[in-house]
Design a protein around this ligand. Structure first.
Ligand SMILES: N[C@@H](CCC[C@H](N)C(=O)O)C(=O)O
Length: 276
């Protein structure tokens, strides 16, 4: 299998193009090839496939073999890949996702290569049961949750995939490894959840660290950054445009009042190619 190793702010993927559909053993391949000690190593495998209603279809498999509905950093990598590898010759493209519909992407090209990518990530889903959580409310904002006798408060947002955002005093030094995995599988989240720990620095800047469903602690999460901005607006903490600072770098996120869509802008990088 030919592959290209790519990343969005250190959230890294084995990108595979040229297959017609997802391989039957996609889960096992991901578990094996994403292993950082015995194989290539990555947070997931991303397949660029043909689509009937968009320029391309993207499917992503997490490093534990599970398939999420959407991935913000992967969609930027896919968009860079198809342009830089000349599979397409335009700077406005569409990418079909499993659970977030067809997304519109704008490529910022300099010297013939894509440098940054702006993605229309669609409308956030806020209904508690639809995120999904077990909370039957139109919005789940600053809601209590108990883990091992400790109470947190979370805001639930789906960007196609489920997120819970928790505000802490110091996200950068927060004990992600202890609380992330416990919250990921908490019974309030029927399809598990991505967990964002955030600290708002000012109305336009937020620190965030993420524990991803199916991948653990990653250096960045695009959908997580979008969920964090939406949560911060719902909690009255930031404006509708803000920078979210992750371990691997910064993403600029806008939640447009007119169309209710969330827009994410950030880089994508190619690291190396190989055959396995
Ligand atoms: N890293 C991603 C999200 C990948 C999927 C996630 N682990 C899930 O299971 O929902 C991003 O950049 O959005």
């Amino acid at each position: 299998m030919n592959f290209t190793k790519m990343h969005g702010l250190g959230n890294d993927f084995i990108v595979v193009a040229g297959e017609k559909e997802l391989p039957a053993d996609a889960d096992q391949r991901a578990i094996q090839l994403c292993n950082r000690f015995f194989s290539i190593g990555a947070d997931g495998i991303v397949y660029i496939l043909p689509s009937d209603n968009a320029d391309f279809k993207m499917r992503i498999i997490n490093s534990d073999g599970s398939e999420p509905e959407q991935c913000g950093n992967a969609i930027r990598c896919v968009s860079k890949y198809v342009y830089d590898h000349k599979l397409i010759d335009k700077t406005e493209i569409t990418v079909e996702t499993l659970g977030a519909g067809v997304q519109k992407v704008q490529l910022n090209v300099q010297d013939g290569k894509v440098r940054t990518v702006r993605v229309d990530m669609g409308q956030p889903i806020l209904n508690g049961l639809q995120v999904p959580t077990t909370v039957d409310e139109a919005k789940v904002i600053n809601y209590p949750i108990e883990v091992d006798g400790k109470e947190f408060r979370f805001t639930a947002v789906s960007m196609g995939n489920p997120h819970c955002v928790i505000y802490v005093e110091d996200a950068v030094n927060f004990d992600l490894a202890t609380w992330g995995p416990k919250l990921e599988v908490h019974p309030m989240f029927p399809r598990k959840i991505n967990v964002e720990f955030a600290t708002v620095k000012n109305r336009a800047y937020t620190d965030m660290r993420v524990w991803e469903r199916g991948a653990g602690p990653t250096l960045a999460c695009g959908t997580g950054a979008c969920a964090t901005l939406v949560s911060s607006v719902l909690n009255g903490l930031t404006d509708r445009e803000a920078t979210v600072s992750l371990k691997g770098g910064e993403l600029f996120i806008e939640w447009n009042e007119a169309d209710n869509h969330v827009y994410m802008t950030g880089p994508a990088e190619e690291v190396f190619t190989g055959t396995v």
